[in-house]
Design a protein around this ligand. Sequence first.
Ligand SMILES: NC(=O)c1ccc[n+]([C@@H]2O[C@H](COP(=O)([O-])OP(=O)(O)OC[C@H]3O[C@@H](n4cnc5c(N)ncnc54)[C@H](OP(=O)(O)O)[C@@H]3O)[C@@H](O)[C@H]2O)c1
Length: 332
Amino acid sequence: MDWLYFLIVCIILFLVLQIITILRADCDLALTWIEKLGKSPDCLRDQVVWVTGASSGIGEALAVKLASVGCRLVLSARREDKLQTLKQKLIDLGYGTPENYLVLPLDLLAYDSHKKLPCDSHKGLVETVLKYFKKIDCLVNNAGRSQRAVISKTRFEVDQQMLAVNTLGPISLTKAVLPVFIQQNFGQVVVTSSVAGKFGAPGLGSYCASKHALHGWFDSLRVESVMYNINVTMACPGPVFSEALIHAFTEDPDKKLGVTMKPEEKRMSAARCAHLMAVAMANNIDEVWITGNPELSFLYMNQYLPGIFHRLAKRFAQKRLKKIMEGSNNLH
Ligand SMILES: NC(=O)c1ccc[n+]([C@@H]2O[C@H](COP(=O)([O-])OP(=O)(O)OC[C@H]3O[C@@H](n4cnc5c(N)ncnc54)[C@H](OP(=O)(O)O)[C@@H]3O)[C@@H](O)[C@H]2O)c1
């Protein structure tokens, strides 16, 4: 029987160690270990990576990280001036020559099915990238908008616009790139989802819907595309410093939140988030959670103890809702 006690003690010690790691980590357990023991982002050198939402926040930081390891980049968002400034910054940092970077303004809402397009359609943009780089190794669907609004007060147009920009935009762009990946017989799609893509949260109803929908579509794409060597990585960050709250949706489709994040808020830096996303890309991880606590513990609880999670979430939501009503913005 001694060996049985020994086994039980080992299992208990292992579980305690995992719980302590979760409480101290700023990402999920697998990513914590892979960051230490897996491939470094250096292995992405020379890859052609298309990053949307590169004009600020996480996308900009990811562009800097990928450029630092020698990737060639397509930099996309609507604000072309910001993308040009970023390109110059990458060159000034000594990360390659101007030819390594293609500034490609893009509006996620310019679906190919739209009659009047404000700029090139997504299919047209793919042709431009191919003409310039001859291939695409990876598409990072990062661009998106956040939200602060209580569901009961939110106009339906907000739900529509949120799904259009955060869900249909990335789906349309990915569909435009997919034939290239299939023809190449390889490709990687990275999606910046959110912790809010894994469970519901107060003040983020339309946002949560848009991010949850991404998981359904891209998880299906992953299992459908195995035969073409196409990998899909879903990145789920928690609160990160960025411009997100300036441009966030409110209850009213014509009103942006217009709040700047304060340095004292408990958020991860965009650079750290970008580094962990690059590790996930280098190691082809299907899904990563990039956040500290309490969000990380909630994610584990939601996954492994859903009954307890839902009970706690209802209590916790009331406190958060009160904070939102009082104007606190420290939600992702
Ligand atoms: N910050 C967080 O706490 C957090 C947490 C979890 C997940 N995320 C996700 O991370 C991603 C990046 O957000 P962020 O936090 O870095 O915010 P951000 O600084 O506001 O960046 C958003 C990016 O999306 C682009 N964008 C917005 N609407 C667009 C459109 N219609 N067409 C093309 N590009 C558009 C913006 O560029 P232009 O305005 O120039 O077009 C900008 O580059 C989003 O998907 C967000 O949901 C953020």
